[in-house]
Design a protein around this ligand. Sequence first.
Ligand SMILES: Cc1cc2nc3c(=O)[nH]c(=O)nc-3n(C[C@H](O)[C@H](O)[C@H](O)COP(=O)(O)OP(=O)(O)OC[C@H]3O[C@@H](n4cnc5c(N)ncnc54)[C@H](O)[C@@H]3O)c2cc1C
Length: 822
Amino acid sequence: MTWLLLLTLLGISLASAFYGASLLIWTVAMAAGIVVLASTGSLPLVSLVVIAAVFAIIAIPLNVKPWRQQLISAPFLKQFRRMLPEISETEQVALDAGTVGWEGELFAGKPDWQLLKKQPYLALTVEEQAFVDGPVEELCQKLNSWEITHIDADLNPETWEFLKRNRFFGMIIPKEYGGLGFSAMAHRAVLQKLSSVCAVTASTVAVPNSLGPGELLLHYGTEEQKNHFLPRLARGEEIPCFGLTGPTAGSDATSIPDHGIVCKQKYKGKEVVGIRLNFDKRYITLAPLATIIGIAFRMYDPDGLLGDKEDLGISLALVPRDTKGMEIGRRHMPLNLPFQNGPVRGKDVFVPLEALIGGIEMAGQGWRMLVECLSVGRAISLPSTSTGGAKMGALATGAYARIRKQFNMPIGRFEGVEAALARIAGNAYATSALSRMTATAVDLGDKPSVPSAIAKYHTTEMARELIRDAMDVHGGKGVIMGPRNYLGRGWQGIPVSITVEGANILTRNLMIFGQGAIRCHPYVLKEMEAARIENVSERVDKFDSLLFSHVGYSIRNAARSLVLGLSFGKFAMVPHDRKTAKYYKKLSRYSASLAFISDITMLTLGGKLKQKEHLSARLGDVLSHLYICSAMLKRYESEGRPVADQAILAWAFHSAIYKIQIALRLVVDNFPNRYMRSLLRFVVFPFGRQEKEPGDRLTHRVAQLLLVPSDTRDRLTNGVFKSDTSTHPVCLMEQALPRVILAEPLERKLLKALKQGEINGITWDEQLKDAVDKSIVSKEEADILLHVRELVAEIIAVDDFDVEELRLGRRPESRIDTQHAA
Ligand SMILES: Cc1cc2nc3c(=O)[nH]c(=O)nc-3n(C[C@H](O)[C@H](O)[C@H](O)COP(=O)(O)OP(=O)(O)OC[C@H]3O[C@@H](n4cnc5c(N)ncnc54)[C@H](O)[C@@H]3O)c2cc1C
């Protein structure tokens, strides 16, 4: 009976914790449990007294606030203040910069799936769609990636003119200033389509629409600056660039040595107060031809011309290209993707105070301005271009794997190739869903700092994995460069995406969880603020109520993780759908595990967490994959739950869940405190590790979806350039694919006859002729086979050159017509 009582009390505690019952309700439920069992009279008196006494010792101080504060909260607060991480001004700015959206639900352990369902699935306006179908399509028809990357090392003058005339550089500038005033979704659609044809063009368009003078002026510019610059930027009369990075300050951007001294100097004939700038910037996109250069520098006022503060902090100024002292125009060569990129140096460059973005009031606010704008650009540019590249990779590799035959079979039928194809499909599905979800957040008015870091890191990493698989499947065809190669430049250039806008190792190890843990946590930030309150009793009071809500929250998450782990998610509240309910249950379970581990990690490590990058990266992986899975489910539901897409969703989902399990396992196995390690193992993996990678049958089904035209394949690759009037090599493959498939039974018939000795001939042409003569295939069938053979020969062809033609920068006398090779 004693054991029964103990088990009942444990059950009551677990149920109260699981449903997040308040301390009072738990106390009443426990007391009621003890009374009911005592009233049966079957319990030994000693046991009853001991259990009741233990319960009273725990419950009474917890429920009497003054005792609780004195015995628990105040001593803990002392310890907490000692553990509190030092938050630098830079970090504080980063923490204050963003808003919290769906990732907050995932982080807090009990996601409300109805909120995700209610999120709109945004579409383009008629005008935006017309732009994508009009000028963007026209541009894609004209672009010749090989000439841009190999021969001209730049867009040709007509393309520059086309971009300016059609206001590609003013997509984010509102219409009142002459821009296109596009939504984030439209911005995404344009970049996605361009990047599917030419990465250099996509980067050229992305930069002025991302973090740089345009966006900074929109948010912080003075009226005068906006009225002057924005219309000129929208029309492409000014080409902007923005210089933050320098030789010694890369990831550690706030360490820039570039400086500006407030001083008086003659400017346009008059003596004015201004800033004398000295700087050395590198890797600056569009710098070689920019007309207006945004510069980040540390501003000093040693002579007190502006006030009594000498070090004013990081500030941003706009410097015209022709200003005396500017050294600009030389180019870097980023991995054979020759978009305009180069150094900018300035020696004693004098600008008036009006050159400060936002005017003198914004002096010293530069870092805040950059960080506040960063999340918006980061949520769109690289996720959209990665999505375009990923979708094009999926389209091309699927077609090629069906068209290319070895051992008399399409290579896409071999299991080894299937594995690569399934990964390609899964990555393309996930990348697109993720970039769509973060762009949606921007359109809804969020500043998604954590999702934009997730999107930047994971879309570029998925694109990197995808292009690697695509290259493997293409074999030599992917390796030999030339106009017929549609993969090689993507393969070469992917490290650029990995490096820019927050290099990926740093983003994964420091930013995703580092920001997520503090920003998304419902209590930590508030507790940190409470711990800094000056007045002692107010501090203890505030801290006490936060602490006890926090403890309740932690216990709830532990109980949820354990119960959902033991019950395979049975008690999670999820949308009722036969196909997807199990997915939501898994996400609910791992969301609770993440919330609990995060709390234990912060409790155990405090400020030292910053140095524990392995832990932080792995917890960031869990948050990221929960977010990616949510985005995929949102996509699947919003596209009308297409039955034919279920296999891809299942593959991508199980693969992500498996990665969550790996990350959690590594966190638990390497947790620095061994007692906590055992607790975590029990709470997170009560039945051990049960998630599995997608099985072979599922892999086979997904791979086959890429090999044949279908609605699923169209949905997977929608939004990329697929014109059936273009001679782009991938478009040609798309046109050939149905004919190749149609000819396959005929090829098999011919092969069978050959094997059975029914037809003779040394060459294929002779064999075909004999087959027609013996009525094994009809004349029409023979024509189909011949036509397909020609198409295939063109598709599998690679380029060769005279050695002179290979000399970079020199236009060859006669080139093969790249766009009309077929
Ligand atoms: C093609 C290109 C275009 C660019 N365009 C611009 C532009 O227009 N304007 C501009 O201002 N800048 C631009 N950049 C700069 C870009 O933002 C920087 O390259 C980036 O910030 C990284 O700096 P870094 O290259 O010096 O690498 P480093 O800072 O030297 O980093 C090297 C490696 O160390 C890792 N690392 C660094 N610190 C940590 C840490 N604490 N924890 C874990 N890992 C860490 C990084 O992730 C990276 O993998 C561009 C760069 C390139 C290559």
